[in-house]
Design a protein around this ligand. Structure first.
Ligand SMILES: Cc1cc2nc3c(=O)[nH]c(=O)nc-3n(C[C@H](O)[C@H](O)[C@H](O)COP(=O)(O)OP(=O)(O)OC[C@H]3O[C@@H](n4cnc5c(N)ncnc54)[C@H](O)[C@@H]3O)c2cc1C
Length: 381
């Protein structure tokens, strides 16, 4: 399994999946057949996370092939990412609290042998050890495996979810503040109060196609408890009215903006912004940093082909760019944190239309959000 850092590769991957495997997706999606047998799922998440492929273009391609009703499950999954993002936008303290608690747990567990064995893949649970190797080697794990991994981490190895979420963010090419933090909270049982996800021996055996033996797990568990309330923030996501003649900032999660209608505007200049480990709270692996770097290089090639003027800068250089500034909204996460920490307030944001529209429906659970999916499709597809 290989993730080439380019939009052309991502488009081919999507096209191939739609053509050959989409029709079986809802039936086979929960099976993890191993890293070399991934055709039952799309494996496009590293590209969607970075905005290389957008949710709108993916769903349009799907619906070119066949009807909504036949692909409802896949479309729901695609929109799940927007839901998690919106959910976190409305409760940004979930992210800031996560970072604060992570700091504490890191100190507390820095010499904990159980933790050190887990991150090296040296536990007595064979499948878990394999997944640690897979995570570091392929920078990807199947969704079901992410659930098993997190459940074993929390309930059998008795480790804090915050440290497991950090390990994922470090290595996953699709590492994403919303999907990852909320995915781990959900497994732990603090995202949906009292509902946790329990990995069991029979479930792992069945859905890993019997690839693992001797799976001794703690199957009698108590969900993680948290009485912390994260109030909904009032945010109408008000945005820049006039964006012409301004400097545009593009962060590493909007790396195909050149295929949107934004190119109809006249920007003073466009700045593609990288965020390295010295400006991140969670330090990511060299492979993940390089993956982002190569995606930016690929963006450059496409901008050059279209004769679009741009500059590549490090996030620390934003302060030296002349005003007025507009930015494609980077969402709750490391990029926004940098702006806030450095008191960079003179930026107006441009939101993706589908986010602004959909985030209104993210104040409750996903089952509620699902009811609005036809509305979202009608509006944008
Ligand atoms: C503990 C945990 C941590 C996770 N961390 C991340 C993360 O850091 N980054 C990330 O992108 N996803 C994360 N996920 C969600 C999900 O596992 C991945 O998006 C999915 O496995 C990507 O593989 P795929 O592209 O083959 O998915 P497919 O099954 O082919 O789905 C297509 C697309 O739908 C979206 N999608 C599918 N499932 C989910 C989901 N549960 N939540 C949000 N979007 C989804 C993704 O954009 C995905 O590319 C996490 C899930 C769990 C349980």
């Amino acid at each position: 399994m290989k993730f080439e850092p380019s939009r052309s590769f991502a488009l081919k991957k999507l096209e191939n999946f739609i053509e050959n495997n989409l029709s079986q997706y809802s039936k086979l999606r929960n099976f993890d057949f191993g890293p070399e047998k991934r055709s039952n799922i799309s494996c496009i998440s590293p590209y969607v996370t970075h905005g290389i492929l957008t949710e709108v273009e993916i769903i349009k391609e799907v619906l070119k092939k066949s009807l909504f009703i036949k692909n409802e499950k896949f479309i729901q999954e695609i929109l799940w990412r927007i839901y998690w993002k919106g959910w976190l936008e409305l409760r940004p303290t979930v992210w800031s609290d996560y970072l604060t608690n992570l700091k504490k747990k890191k100190l507390e567990f820095k010499d904990n042998q159980n933790y050190l064995n887990a991150i090296k893949g040296k536990t007595n649970i064979e499948c878990f050890n394999q997944w640690v190797i897979e995570l570091k080697e392929f920078n990807y794990l199947h969704n079901h495996t992410r659930m098993w991994f997190a459940s074993i981490w929390i309930f059998t190895l008795n480790l804090p979810w915050e440290l497991g979420a950090e390990l994922f963010l470090k290595h996953l090419f699709d590492g994403d503040s919303a999907s990852n933090t909320l995915g781990w909270r959900w497994v732990a049982g603090i995202q949906t109060k009292g509902k946790h996800y329990l990995a069991t021996e029979w479930n792992i055996k069945k859905f890993s196609n019997n690839r693992f033996d001797k799976i001794k797990l703690n199957e009698k568990i108590i969900p993680v408890f948290s009485d912390k309330i994260h109030p909904l923030v009032k945010n109408d996501f008000s945005e820049a009215k006039n964006i012409n003649d301004k400097n545009l900032l593009v962060f590493d999660n909007s790396l195909s903006f050149e295929v949107t209608d934004l190119t109809n505007h006249n920007f003073k200049n466009i700045f593609i912004i990288s965020n390295e480990n010295d400006t991140r709270s969670i330090k990511i692996s060299d492979k993940s940093i390089n993956f982002k770097k190569y995606l930016i290089d690929d963006q450059e090639i496409r901008l050059k082909k279209k004769s679009i003027k741009y500059e590549k800068i490090n996030i620390k250089e934003i302060k030296s760019i002349g005003e007025p500034l507009v930015a494609l909204y980077p969402s709750v996460g490391e990029n926004i944190d940098f702006l806030n920490k450095n008191n960079i307030k003179n930026i107006e944001f441009i939101y993706r239309k589908i986010d602004k529209f959909s985030w209104k429906f993210c104040n409750k659970g996903f089952f509620n959000f699902k009811n609005y999916i036809p509305k979202i499709i009608q509006e944008f597809i």
